[in-house]
Design a protein around this ligand. Structure first.
Ligand SMILES: *Cc1c(COP(=O)(O)O)cnc(C)c1O
Length: 451
C-alpha cells in the first residue's frame, strides 16, 4: 500500500468530517505561520536523524520494529479527533474497535469468554493482572522465574505482595520442581508463566504449570507480552511445540503487547482475563464518566483512565488486513522464526561464533568463540560497538548479560572466570530478516574475527 497516498486520504477525511459541524475560526493564540513551522521542522527532523534503522534487517538488536503502514494510517487518522477510550463517550467508534480487537486477541490465545482491554504497555497489562491476582488471593504471594521480565518483581513491590523468584532449567524455563515446591508452601496464590522470555525467548511449560497450580488451588497468569502472537503458530501446531500455547486457554489471565509483534506503534499492550467477573475488581464509581452507555465500559475495568483511542484504531485497521490466522500474522511469525533458526545453524557451523542456546522463537543468542568467559564478555561488547561504528556496513546487535553458572551449564568447555558474561542477542522480528540472514551472518563473523 502507498502510505503517502493514504495519509493524504486521512487528512481529507478528517477535514470533510469536521465540515458538517460548521466552520470554527482558529484562535489567534494557536496560529503559527508556515515559515515559522518550516524553521522548527527543519531542526526537528535534523534531531530525529539520530536514530537506529529499526526497519532494516541490518538492525538485529532489541525487540523493536516500525509499525505496519496500515497501523500508521489508522493511528494518524483517528488521532486527528483524539478519541479517549477511557469511556464510550470519549470515543464511541474507537471503543467499538477496541472491543473487537480485544475479542480477536482473546480468540488468538484461546479465551472464550473473556474480559479485557488494551493498555498502554505490557507493564500496565501485567500490573493489572497481578492486581486482580492479589484481590482474588489476598495475603498470598506471586511466583515468577528469575528470567521473567523485571516488571513482575517491581509490580509486586507496588502492590505490596510478596514476590517469589524461582530458578530456571537448562534452557531458561521456570523449573517445575521449584513451582511445585513454592505451591506446596501454601504462600503463593498465582504463578506467572512467561511464553517467550525477553532475554532468550524461552517458553515456560504452561501445560505443566497449569496442572500443578490447579492441584494447589492457585491461579496462572501468562506474560505473553513478547511471545503472545506466537499463539497463532503454537495453537495450530505449526513449527513450535503446541502444548504450552494450547494450555494458555486454561490459564486465568494473559498480557500481550501488540506493540511488539503486532506491528503497532508504542502505547499498545493488552490484558485479558478468562473469567469476565475479573472486571469487578477494577470497577469504580466515578461521578464524571460513563453516562451514555449501559454496556460495561472499558474504563470501568481498567486501572488506567485516559488511553489513546488511536491505538485501538491502528490495531483494528491492521487486523482487518492481516488477521490473527496462520496465513495472516502467522506468515510473518513463521518467517521471523525461520530466520532465527537458519542463523542459529550457521552460527553452530561457524568457527568464529558459538550459539549460546537454540532459539525457540525468534531470538538468537551467540558469542565470539573463546576459551574464557571474561574474553567472551569483552569481545561481545567490542563486536557490538564495532558493528555500530562501522561507516559503510553497520550492523546493530544487542547484548544479554548471562549468569556465569547458566553460561557454564550450556558451555562447560568455556572457563568460568567471571560471575557473569555478556553475549550477543538478536531479535529477528522482521520477516525481511529471512532473506538477509546470510549477509548478516557473514558480517557478524567478519567482525568476530576482528575483535
Ligand atoms: C516487553 C515485555 C514486558 C514489558 O512490556 P512493555 O510493553 O515494554 O511495558 C513484559 N514482559 C515481557 C515478557 C516482555 O517481553
Amino acid at each position: 500500500m502507498d502510505q503517502r497516498y493514504w495519509l493524504t486520504r486521512a487528512a481529507d477525511f478528517a477535514a470533510s468530517w469536521a465540515e458538517q459541524f460548521g466552520p470554527v475560526q482558529p484562535h489567534a493564540s494557536h496560529q503559527v505561520s508556515d515559515d515559522q513551522f518550516g524553521v522548527v521542522f527543519e531542526q526537528f527532523t535534523k534531531r530525529l536523524e539520530n536514530n537506529y534503522p529499526f526497519f532494516h534487517p541490518r538492525y538485529a538488536g532489541q525487540m523493536v520494529k516500525p509499525p505496519h503502514p496500515a497501523a500508521i494510517v489508522g493511528y494518524l487518522t483517528a488521532m486527528q479527533f483524539n478519541p479517549n477510550n477511557h469511556a464510550q463517550e470519549g470515543g464511541p467508534a474507537t471503543t467499538e474497535m477496541e472491543r473487537e480487537c480485544v475479542a480477536a486477541l482473546a480468540e488468538m490465545v484461546g479465551f472464550d469468554p473473556h474480559v479485557g482491554h488494551l493498555t498502554t504497555s505490557g507493564t500496565m497489562a501485567n500490573l493489572e493482572a497481578l492486581y486482580v491476582a492479589r484481590q482474588l488471593h489476598p495475603g498470598k504471594g506471586i511466583a515468577f522465574s528469575s528470567e521473567c521480565h523485571y516488571t513482575h518483581e517491581r509490580m509486586c513491590h507496588v502492590l505490596g505482595i510478596q514476590g517469589h523468584r524461582l530458578p530456571v532449567d537448562a534452557v531458561g524455563r521456570v523449573d517445575l520442581d521449584a513451582v511445585e515446591h513454592v505451591l506446596h508452601t501454601g504462600r503463593v496464590g498465582t504463578i506467572v508463566a512467561t511464553t517467550g522470555t525477553t532475554g532468550l525467548g524461552a517458553v515456560d511449560q504452561v501445560h505443566e504449570i497449569v496442572a500443578l497450580a490447579r492441584n494447589y488451588g492457585a491461579r496462572v497468569h501468562v506474560d505473553a507480552a513478547y511471545g503472545g502472537f506466537y499463539s497463532i503458530l503454537g495453537r495450530a501446531a505449526l513449527e513450535i511445540d503446541p502444548r504450552p500455547w494450547r494450555a494458555i486457554a486454561s490459564c486465568d489471565s494473559v498480557a500481550v503487547d501488540p506493540h511488539k509483534h503486532g506491528l503497532q506503534p508504542y502505547g499498545c499492550g493488552a490484558v485479558l482475563f478468562a473469567d469476565p467477573r475479573a472486571g469487578k475488581h477494577l470497577s469504580h464509581d466515578s461521578p464524571y464518566t460513563y453516562f451514555t452507555d449501559s454496556q460495561l465500559h472499558l474504563g470501568e475495568i481498567s486501572l488506567e483512565c485516559s488511553r489513546a483511542g488511536a491505538s485501538a484504531a491502528a490495531l483494528w485497521l491492521t487486523l482487518q488486513l492481516l488477521p490473527l490466522t496462520p496465513s495472516g500474522f502467522g506468515a510473518i511469525l513463521a518467517a521471523n522464526r525461520r530466520a532465527a533458526v537458519t542463523w542459529a545453524s550457521a552460527i553452530s557451523a561457524s568457527s568464529e561464533l558459538s550459539l549460546y542456546q537454540q532459539p525457540e522463537l525468534d531470538i538468537v543468542t551467540y558469542f565470539p568463540s573463546d576459551t574464557h568467559m571474561s574474553t567472551v564478555d569483552a569481545r561481545s561488547d567490542a563486536l557490538l560497538r564495532a558493528g555500530m561504528a562501522a561507516e559503510d556496513d553497520p550492523v546493530y546487535l544487542s547484548l544479554l548479560r548471562t549468569d556465569g553458572s547458566a553460561f557454564r551449564r550450556r558451555h562447560p568447555q568455556v572457563v568460568q572466570d567471571t560471575d557473569s558474561a555478556r553475549v550477543l542477542r538478536s531479535v529477528l522480528m522482521k520477516p525481511e530478516s529471512e532473506a538477509y540472514v546470510d549477509t548478516l551472518h557473514a558480517r557478524v563473523e567478519e567482525l568476530a574475527a576482528r575483535v
